[in-house]
Write a protein that binds this ligand. Sequence first.
Ligand code: BGC
Length: 450
Amino acid sequence: MQAYHKLSAKAFGDDFLWGVAISAQQNEGAYNLYGRGLSIWDTFARRQGKIKGAAKPYVNCDFYHRYKDDLLLAKALGFNTFRFSISWSRILPDGIGKANKEGIAFYNKVIDECLKLDLVPFVTLYHWDLPQALEKEGGWTSYRMLKWFTRFTTVCAEEFGDRVKHWIVLNEPMGFTSLGYMLGKHAPGKIGLSNFLPAVHNAVLCQAEGGRILRDLVPHAHIGTSFSCSEIVPYSDKPEDVQAAKRMDILMNRLLIEPALGRGYPQDDFKFLEKLELHNKAWKYKERMTFNFDFIGLQNYFPLVIKYNGIIPIVQASEVKASTRKVPYTAMGWEVNGESFYRLIKRFWLYGSVKEIIISESGAAFKDEVVNGEINDVQRIAYFQEYLSALQKAKQEGVNVKGYLAWTLTDNFEWAEGFKARFGLVHTDTNTQLRTIKNSGYWFRDFLQK
Ligand code: BGC
């Protein structure tokens, strides 16, 4: 990316939220301790061949026992904000019903420790770890999700709302509905449209309802929800590639946000989505899909080049991989492209009804090597420089961006990739739990100090 501006943390303003983000399932460990119920990921990991290296998300970074050290690390690297999620099955082991006092006490300790260190606690309600007890009842495909999610959100708002002001209702609903309920690659491993469509609809309802509950119960709350997003580029200007890219764009970028903004599902541009309208009519919930969020969280990891592929059902499109296109890419095979990140931010801002944007995750996995106790992850440093320059440019052009939360603090459990993909600013030795700050972590510290 061209250096349009001299990258400077100061240029983002004094009230800018600079943070790191983690999630309960990926970091906490202590999966069967202190009254926690099982999550869909704990059980999914037992199925053969689902997770690389047969990795189990049971200890991870042991954040449950090491949260004080990890918060100190975030502080030492110069951040002022700490994003983490609440494990639903730690708070409500059966998904509903009786709350687990020890679970609530744990998050109280994390929140209080953040406040003690002057780190803004930024809480995600749901980051993909549904209680297994609810999955048995249908999980995200069940119309009862709304009731279950209401209970979970209410407990969190009542217990933590006196100190937590910043909330993300759902983490990337497109991620967990498509990977978990359409493609079967993530927990709970379900496939097909009959699972995907109700899961999408229930997520859309829960994201808006979660916003309403927080608004009612938490004074002065700053409420958002997060969306995964990717610039979609047609492989050629042939009409079939252009149309394929358009369909993919609807799925990846529009399907979950537009109902929240009051626009309903983007079905005019993709007739197949009329099926979602059936769910709507059945439950008469159209107006309940909308909520006036204070901000939206954007999470962009890669652009996609898309071409027509008639074999793929419904969307009839497939990706042209970055590795075949002579572009830089990460260890996940994801293209690095700061310009594309910039265009995407501008595009979401153009909705007009978005009041504020927070980049609630951004980061990259590379093959980090420890050499004489040092990890010189130059590619990750270059990545952050490029993406932050793009963000600075968007902000200087008038986009109301108020925060950037790097993914992630410590290398953690990367879902179906197990422990091989490392996104951290801090290296985690999964055997000893030794943390080693990577040079990208030091780079952030210096950048934020200037
Ligand atoms: C998710 C994170 C994940 C990251 C990198 C995001 O989609 O919210 O949980 O680790 O991407 O894959």
